[in-house]
Design a protein around this ligand. Sequence first.
Ligand SMILES: [Zn+2]
Length: 300
Amino acid sequence: MVVRIDAEAVRGAVDPEIYRAAEALLAAGRLGRIVEVNGGVVAAVHTDSGATAYEVWVGVVDRAFSSECDCAGPETDPEELCAHAVAVTLTALADGFPWSANATPPSTTQVDPEVRRLADVAATLPVRRLALLVAEHAVTDRRLEARLLTYAGELDAPTEDELADVRKVVESLAAEATTGQWDLYDVAKAGQQIVEELEVLAQRPATEATLLTVEYAARRWDALLGLVGEAADDEDFEEIGSALRAVHVRLCLESQAEPEPLVERLLDIIEAAETGASCLDRPTDYLPVLGPDGVAALTD
Ligand SMILES: [Zn+2]
């Protein structure tokens, strides 16, 4: 479900001073690119010099705007929206952002304790040292590079041309893996490369067009598995299938895929699988996307 709320409702709900401060932030161009996170939006608020001062998340929770900001909220009432949150909200409203009615504040999402521990350590580093560390890794990791550029607002959702190129890459990887003398290793390697292409795509803002490209790749992978016979059950192949499915589920959530057409497409993909088993055929993995009724429709 998507809720519609307008700027006037926000103005009426916040302290006039905070609203004015938010307008000043917007006028000064202090807001970074808005990114969808957990059904709400996240943006960085910059200082005069362009460094990131705060990160703020805003989403609709229990029919009202809720926020989490590094500034810890207004001094008068930390539960209320701060000027950063109001600025982000107004920008997202102006962009026509489709607010999810049940967004999840980032602080309540489960983070791996090890990730949390390392994030706490990273937070103690000077910004320049941290930036260099990230850059050194991003240079050799296309996924991290795409994520970094997306967070910075330098990469948008993939264009139709870019998606067509990814489909071509998938197609040629799949074709090469089974041309001439080939063995299981060739197929596994192609599968891993296909997954990497999709994971790079998945770092960018999600759209239905990206989702359809992942589904194209899933069909292609299912067809490849049809050629390897019983080896399709090998651990390597299972891992590729579940990585591909994980990308698909993630994009379904991020692009807020409509359940009904999604169920239809999934049924179509499952039926087309030459091995009789599609990599997307794990209905319970789609519970967060489809809900119990959608999962039941998949299993019938
Ligand atoms: Zn704030």
